[in-house]
Design a protein around this ligand. Structure first.
Ligand code: HEC
Length: 137
């Protein structure tokens, strides 16, 4: 019985123990945030790695602006306006002058800037959309 009572009292030695525990937990916290950041960077680069073939393939295909304009009417006009003049999303008439094709592809397939969603799209359709956007200049 006596023993139990002694353990419950906050003696200097138990305080040292608590300090030590807190030190360990702050190290653990540091390590965990480091691991999380590392893991996110890893996921991000795996994502990059996976999308690279899509971009290369798309850029190697000659797109058709007419079929691109149809795809645009189905998927994009809600935000970019019926003639890409801009609405919720920006005017796209000069976009191919401002952004590289690669950046535009990333914009469409990645969903980097909400509210614009990421699109699951075939390379041919992406090439058509690009041809359409080039035709807007
Ligand atoms: C839900 C609304 C929405 C839809 C649908 C949408 N967009 Fe967007 N889009 C946006 C917004 C908002 C931005 C601006 C994002 C930002 O802040 O950079 C944007 C930006 C862009 C840009 C970059 C413009 C620039 O000047 O930086 C391109 C290119 C683009 N969209 C193409 C498309 C295409 C192609 C489609 C259809 C496949 C599409 N968007 C569908 C909302 C949308």
């Amino acid at each position: 019985m006596f023993h139990v009572k002694e353990v419950l009292v906050n003696t200097p030695s138990s305080k040292a123990l608590i300090d030590q525990n807190q030190k360990i937990s702050s190290w653990r916290r540091f390590f965990l945030s480091f691991a999380t950041v590392f893991f996110l960077i890893l996921l991000w680069s795996i994502g990059n790695f996976k999308k690279e073939p899509f971009i290369t393939e798309t850029l190697s295909i000659k797109g058709d602006a007419l079929s691109g304009s149809k795809l645009f009417k189905i998927n994009c006009v809600g935000c970019h306006g019926i003639s890409a003049q801009g609405f919720v999303g920006p005017d796209l008439h000069e976009v191919t002058k401002e952004l590289s094709d690669k950046k535009i592809i990333n914009q469409v397939i990645r969903g980097l800037t909400p509210p614009m969603p990421s699109f699951e799209i075939e390379p041919q359709s992406m090439a058509d959309l690009l041809a359409y956007m080039h035709s807007l200049n």
